[in-house]
Design a binder for this molecule. Structure first.
Ligand code: FNR
Length: 345
């Protein structure tokens, strides 16, 4: 049982207590064009937006992190209470453990109790979808009465972790199969290595309703697996892949413009959030920066999310954007490696 379940707790503790952020998202190469004459009232700025048919108070998504171990329930409850109070969307972590062992499902179903109105996303790995089919997808959605289902791709982690699923064949077909008959919107997400233009095209062709690019430059699963490594060989493998992945900004530029997109991976402020929206994202997602606060208290979490939202509001003001639609039209300067990578496409 409990291999999957105890791994979930390991991940939380490692991510809270160790340096697991690696690399450069590209956000430091992006500058929003300052508007010296904003001609709007900061206090009247609306951050409201719509995503997959849901009304959200702001384009900030609490990205999938946890559930599946009894001790993760309170963390999920806090995240859900914040989502409900602030009108944000939220994803739960992989529901695999609870699908294998239904007595672990309380740590997930708790989110719907705390957030009866929030936009909540269920979560299942592409490999589990391939192996168990739409029945597991249906159960994952029912467990939290989800508004959308995230199918995660994490083959970098699978390649490094000792218990990894290394046979990736059949996942695209499984996603296509699911999307052809599923009532709930499907979001396909990476988890820190990014999604290329070509892969995005395949996923949209398969019927994915949205893509979360989960780009490089934030939480690194190579770094997490180095912490869990049981021998030198495995540790060395993780170290080789610390710098692997498509930076978030580059992935966003490759994937945006062809359907709903969430930009996750190293989003660390309201300014990063504003940059992501200006570059074509519908929402920006954040996981790691919210974790320590979510493990601490409701108050700490509300302070952390509140800071991001007020930075976003100020960035909107200083680009003269009274609404999210206005922010989408803001111009950016792009420099350095990010510019080179974008030009190389
Ligand atoms: C994650 N992430 C994740 N994603 C997923 O689809 N299923 C999961 O179970 C988890 N679990 C998880 C645990 C923890 C502790 C963290 C920090 C993250 C990945 C997450 O949703 C996101 O894609 C990446 O972490 C990148 O965003 P940040 O952390 O750089 O903001």
């Amino acid at each position: 049982k409990t291999q999957t379940s105890s791994r979930k707790l390991d991940h939380l503790l490692i991510c809270r207590d160790h340096q697991v952020e690696v690399g450069n998202t590209g956000f430091s190469d992006v500058r929003l064009v300052h508007e010296a004459l904003p001609e709007c009232d900061l206090g009247a700025i609306s951050m409201k937006t719509r995503f997959l048919g849901a009304d959200l108070s702001a384009p900030l998504f609490i990205a999938a992190m946890t559930g599946g171990h009894p001790e993760t329930e309170e963390v999920n409850r806090r995240l859900a209470r914040a989502a409900e109070r602030l009108g944000l969307g939220m994803g739960v972590g992989s529901q695999r453990a609870a699908l294998e062992h239904p007595d672990l499902s309380a740590s997930f179903s708790a989110v719907r109790e705390e957030a009866p109105h929030a936009f909540l996303c269920a979560n299942l790995g592409a490999v589990q979808l391939r192996d168990h089919g739409a029945e597991w997808a249906e159960r994952a959605v029912e467990m939290i009465d989800a508004d959308a289902l995230c199918i995660h791709l994490n083959f970098l982690q699978e390649a490094i972790q000792p218990e990894g699923d290394r046979d990736a064949r059949g996942c695209l077909a499984a996603i296509a199969d699911l999307c052809s008959g599923f009532r709930t919107p499907v979001i396909v997400k990476e988890t820190g290595a990014g999604i290329s233009r070509e892969t995005a095209r395949l996923l949209r062709g398969a019927g994915a309703d949205a893509i979360d690019i989960g780009g490089f430059g934030g939480t690194s699963w190579a770094a997490v697996e180095i912490q869990r490594a049981e021998d030198e060989r495995q540790k060395a493998l993780g170290e080789r892949f610390l710098d692997w992945g498509i930076p978030t900004v580059v992935s966003l530029m490759e994937v945006a413009g062809d359907g709903p997109v969430i930009a996750t991976g190293g989003v660390r402020s309201g300014i990063d959030t504003a940059k992501a929206i200006a570059l074509g994202a519908d929402l920006a997602g954040m996981a790691l920066p919210l974790l320590p606060a979510a493990m601490e208290s409701d108050k700490a979490l509300e302070r952390a999310v509140g800071a991001v939202l007020s930075e976003l509001r100020s960035a909107m003001f200083l680009t003269g954007s009274a609404s999210i639609d206005g922010l989408r039209k803001s111009r950016t300067y792009i420099t350095g490696t990010t510019r080179e990578m974008i030009q190389n496409k």
